[in-house]
Ligand binder design. Structure first.
Ligand SMILES: *Cc1c(COP(=O)(O)O)cnc(C)c1O
Length: 232
């Protein structure tokens, strides 16, 4: 059973820290939204967050996220797919997920576009960019970004929101700032070159979201900080 008092406290703390970091970066208190990352968390805890007025939830694996979103069936919720998405999972994922933060290839974009048009809707997408060598295999090589931005911007089924990245883990979160600064720089450079607006930057997790906000994040993806001490 989830500890509801603790969940409420954690959520208030996360919201407060996001507001404070937004103000410190010279932006308004509501400039940065958060996605509550519910991977590995059971349905009861997600429902408890919903009762606390959370509406944006993130899952990183189709196998776990699709059945969970389906079973919960919460009204007015937006599910965000944040992990690596295999092309063969697109048809399962898109009917339930309104946003995908991990678009990293033209072939995946084409499959998502086709599926979205079949569903007669659009999917909000973020292109995931590799800003470091350390963070594994996922994410697009920045050199290929202008080309993918141009292609996605022409796809009717996809609504390009902006860019996403993950920084390597550091004990001292301030050390993540160069990676987030890199993504912001890429966004400015690529939107200038292509003429495509990229308003959103999805960057920052529990360990580094304040650093990401300082570098211009508009969406942070938070799991651990919400559920610490909550799950029994
Ligand atoms: C798990 C995950 C998060 C949330 O990480 P926490 O450290 O638990 O806040 C954010 N983004 C992605 C892509 C993830 O896989």
């Amino acid at each position: 059973m989830a500890d509801l008092a603790r969940l409420r406290e954690n959520l208030a703390s996360v919201r407060g820290r996001i507001r404070a970091a937004s103000r410190a970066s010279g932006r308004s208190e509501d400039a940065v939204r958060h996605v509550a990352v519910t991977k590995t968390v059971d349905a009861d805890a997600v429902r408890a967050l919903y009762d606390l007025r959370e509406r944006d939830f993130g899952e990183s694996r189709a196998q776990e996220g699709v059945p969970k979103a389906e079973a919960l069936g919460l009204p007015a919720v937006r599910w965000h797919f944040i992990g690596h998405l295999q092309r063969r999972k697109v048809k399962r994922v898109l009917p339930l997920f309104g946003a995908v933060h991990s678009l990293d290839s033209l072939l995946l974009a084409e499959e998502m576009d086709r599926t979205a048009r079949q569903l007669e809707r659009t999917v909000d997408v973020f292109i995931e960019v590799k800003t470091s060598e350390e963070t594994g295999k996922t994410g697009l090589d920045p050199k290929l970004l202008p080309e993918l931005v141009e292609a996605v911007s022409k796809m009717e089924g996809l609504c390009l929101q902006g860019l996403m990245t993950m920084a390597p883990f550091f004990e001292e979160p301030v050390k993540t700032r160069p990676y987030f600064a890199r993504l912001r720089g890429l966004k400015d450079e690529v939107s200038r070159r292509t003429g495509v607006a990229l308003p959103e930057l999805s960057m920052g997790m529990t360990n580094d979201f304040e650093a990401a906000i300082a570098e211009g994040a508009t969406v942070v993806r938070i799991g651990t900080a919400l559920f610490q001490g909550v799950l029994g």
